[in-house]
Ligand binder design. Structure first.
Ligand code: HEC
Length: 147
């Protein structure tokens, strides 16, 4: 009987945690899960409209490298998001030398969340890049950091 009670209280606290997580996402009022995840994990730096902040956070909108359909560019893009990046970049003639945090590592975002997020980003703000696949994501996770 004691054991049963313990199990029940763990279950109800898991429900409360799940509800709290859902509540923390809902104020964003995202129209899709990919958009909600972008707003939650990326927009503070790269901005809700993907334009970034010149000289500080590079734009993801109108960025040929980020919205490329080339498989090797896609690998670089994914590896920067999964493992973080601070090698320095030039985007649209502007230099960036900040630090991108390792947002996409397992435990923070799972594969299906990360795919929804990146495919939202690549199909927003005028970009029509092709969708990234599970296989491409698995390859990037295996390849590790770009440094
Ligand atoms: C804390 C701020 C911050 C957050 C949050 C952040 N980034 Fe970044 N990101 C940066 C900075 C700074 C750079 C440039 C790093 C450099 O100059 O070396 C960057 C670079 C990038 C690049 C490389 C751009 C290029 O032209 O190759 C991509 C792609 C990117 N971020 C995507 C994302 C995505 C997607 C998310 C959300 C999952 C995200 N970032 C969240 C700060 C951030």
């Amino acid at each position: 009987m004691k054991i049963l009670n313990k199990t029940m209280s763990i279950t109800s606290s898991a429900v409360v945690t799940t509800a709290a997580l859902l509540l923390s996402i809902s104020p964003v009022q995202a129209s899709s899960m990919g958009e909600g995840l972008y707003m939650q994990h990326c927009a503070a730096c790269h901005q809700p409209d993907g334009n970034g902040v010149p000289g500080i956070f590079p734009p993801l909108a109108d960025n040929a490298q980020v919205n490329s359909d080339d498989p090797e560019n896609i690998q670089k893009y994914l590896r920067r998001i999964i493992f973080g990046y601070h090698g320095g970049l030039i985007v649209n003639n502007q230099m960036y030398s900040g630090r991108m945090p390792p947002i996409g590592y397992v435990g923070r975002l799972n594969d299906s969340e990360l795919l929804k997020l990146v495919n939202y980003q690549r199909s927003s703000w005028g970009s029509k890049a092709r969708a990234i696949t599970f296989d491409e994501l698995a390859r990037a996770r295996k390849a590790g950091s770009l440094k």
